[in-house]
Write a protein that binds this ligand. Structure first.
Ligand code: GDP
Ligand code: MG
Length: 329
């Protein structure tokens, strides 16, 4: 990258959004020389990170996540917060072209002085590409953003990733639309801390209330993630800016509780340890991919696995044991 690490760091500290964006591009890069620079940068900014509330937002495509973030972000700014949004840009995913009505760009919020919006390609979240959202978040924190909003793509894997790096996980539900699809039956409910039923207006308020009753009933049968926390189910409209104050209040209450019980730091430590494990795997993989001697060739072993000459896990074990020169277990 043509900009020096020192310039990037100075830019981040000075709140220069352009350089902040460049720093994120750097940590997203897979190029070895970029990774070196990224590590140097992250090392330096570490002492300035962590002072934020990290909020993950999930819900099926079209549930209103981006709309919610736009208005919720404005509300948080009014309350004196600096808001960074790490959003996934669905238009950059496989089905190129824009999704009808998609609000990823968050035009109003992006005009705010105290907002920073970073759409990331979906490939950064899914598939084999390194997941660097955690690192991007640290950079935003070092730049003084104390409210981080991360929008998921509403697909299983991205939800697990985002809930694994945030303090609060918010689920946006719409009435109807299939509970199966919305994650009621696929584990999302076990990750959520606050539920917001969106797109509620006069016509469907009764239906929304029924949905709330159903959700509260379903929640009773799940093990609680945080002791003493009753997952609130709130109603409102992201578009009409209704019910968002309530969400903010609940998030604040939830964070207060977690701080009081020590869970806030405990969970963060656990999450950082998870990131460590991720990067150990990532670095070992990158290192071994370079192996190309005839005996230990990464590509050769990979080919054996892909052609099912042996089963992929046995092939991997064999390869790793050759490289390390000792048994894997
Ligand atoms: N009627 C109504 N429409 C909404 C509401 N919130 C979002 N929408 C609309 O739903 C569509 C999808 O919203 P978007 O925020 O892009 O959803 P996302 O895919 O979850 O990020 C857009 O056309 C929004 O204007 C709401 O509270 N009420
Ligand atoms: Mg969106």
């Amino acid at each position: 990258m043509e900009i020096s690490t020192d310039d990037l760091i100075a830019g981040i500290k000075a709140g220069d959004k352009r350089l902040l964006g460049k720093a994120i591009t750097l940590v997203e890069s897979k190029k070895p020389e970029h990774r070196e620079q990224a590590e140097e940068l992250l090392k330096t900014i570490m002492p300035f990170t962590g002072k934020s509330v990290r909020i993950g937002i999930t819900g099926v495509p079209g549930a209103g996540k981006s709309t919610f973030i736009e208005n919720f972000g404005k509300l948080a700014i009014q309350k004196g917060r600096k808001v960074a949004v790490l959003a996934i840009d669905p238009s950059s995913s496989l089905n190129k072209g824009s999704i009808l009505g998609d609000k990823t760009r968050m035009e109003e919020l992006s005009k705010e002085e105290n907002a920073f919006i970073r759409p990331s390609p979906t490939s950064g979240f899914l598939g084999g590409v390194a997941n660097t959202t955690f690192e991007s978040m640290l950079i935003c924190e070092a730049a003084g953003y104390d409210c981080i909003l991360i929008e998921t793509v509403g697909v299983g894997q991205s939800e697990v990733l985002v809930s694994g790096i945030t303090d609060v996980f918010l689920f946006l539900k719409i009435i109807g639309g299939g509970d199966e699809l919305q994650g009621i039956k696929r584990g999302i409910m076990e990750m959520v801390d606050v539920i917001f039923i969106n797109k509620v207006d006069e016509e469907n308020v009764q239906k929304a209330k029924n949905t709330r009753t159903d959700l509260i009933r379903a929640l009773q049968f799940l093990p609680s993630k945080e002791k003493d926390w009753k997952i609130p189910v709130l109603l409102g409209s992201a578009l009409k800016n209704e019910g968002l104050e309530e969400v903010l209040k609940k998030i604040e209450e939830f964070v207060e509780l977690k701080v009081k019980t020590g869970r806030f730091n405990e969970v963060r430590k656990f999450q950082a340890a998870q990131r460590f494990e991720y990067w150990v795997q990532e670095y070992i993989l990158r290192m071994t991919q370079k192996e190309n001697s005839s005996e230990t060739s990464f590509e050769k072993h990979k080919k054996n696995a892909s052609e099912l000459k042996s089963n992929p896990s046995s092939e991997a074990k064999l390869f790793v044991e050759k490289i390390l020169g000792k048994p894997t277990s």
